[in-house]
Design a protein around this ligand. Sequence first.
Ligand SMILES: NC(=O)c1ccc[n+]([C@@H]2O[C@H](COP(=O)([O-])OP(=O)(O)OC[C@H]3O[C@@H](n4cnc5c(N)ncnc54)[C@H](O)[C@@H]3O)[C@@H](O)[C@H]2O)c1
Length: 269
Amino acid sequence: MNTEETLSGKTALVTGAARGIGRACALRLAQAGADVAVLDIDLTSYNEFEAESASMTSDSTVGEIRALGRRSVGVQVDLTSAESTRKAVEAVAGELGPIDIGVCIAGGGKGGFAETAASVVEMSTFHEVVERNLMATVHTCQALVASMSPVPGGRIITMSSLFGRKAEPDGGYAHYGASKAAIIMYSRYLARELGPRGITVNCLAPGYIHTGRLANAFAAEGSDELLSTVPLGRFGTAADCAGVVGFLSSEAAAYVTGTVIPIDGGVSA
Ligand SMILES: NC(=O)c1ccc[n+]([C@@H]2O[C@H](COP(=O)([O-])OP(=O)(O)OC[C@H]3O[C@@H](n4cnc5c(N)ncnc54)[C@H](O)[C@@H]3O)[C@@H](O)[C@H]2O)c1
């Protein structure tokens, strides 16, 4: 066994893994030896952003995982539906076996900052973003718990954000911040509940991560101004997030549960 392959024999499932942070997490777990299922509403969503499609080495994350010598399945599913999510996770467990590691990355915001301030954000937009982030996470976690290995050592990792811990300075994106804050509390409850089963639950809170999706937004907002708020002086990368997921999935993190881990270069320090 390659000494790097600390997750050999484990089965992982990563949502939102067709591109961006989810894809980096899926590849990181596969590099560590796990078989990895990819769930996404669109398994070719990388096509939306040039930087994402340019970085692909296969026609999907599933192909990239298989090229690493691991088993993989891809399921195209809208995680805002509880029923579809349950079926997708069951299908993965049917094909790859009971799941050891569940990573809930799918999510995202909607709208501009001014129009999503707390006192004015449209209710339909608010509901949509709560569904995409909080409810998709809840659906995935419920389906995962039902399909996880009974052997202690399971891992669930959820995705919040800097803006789930700290309000945007100008008060915009309140719907996103509120839904990401709720994911933190849901994860803590889940950690309490699942501790006796030997399953850890931890939540990520990234800051400014330079994915293909955000490259243009960061440029438009003015990189220098944004970067002046980051003590480490650079944007984060999807690999920075994947490294933390690799750690939380490993034996080294066996006694870490119920935490929220900022991956923000010190913005929230
Ligand atoms: N990039 C950042 O700076 C940053 C910072 C903090 C938190 N986050 C969070 O990290 C996660 C990933 O961010 P990213 O920048 O890689 O985003 P991204 O938009 O590049 O990737 C998100 C993936 O999730 C999928 N997805 C969206 N809605 C879905 C649904 N209903 N069902 C199934 N799949 C769905 C998309 O198709 C896409 O492939 C998101 O939850 C985001 O809120 C990102």
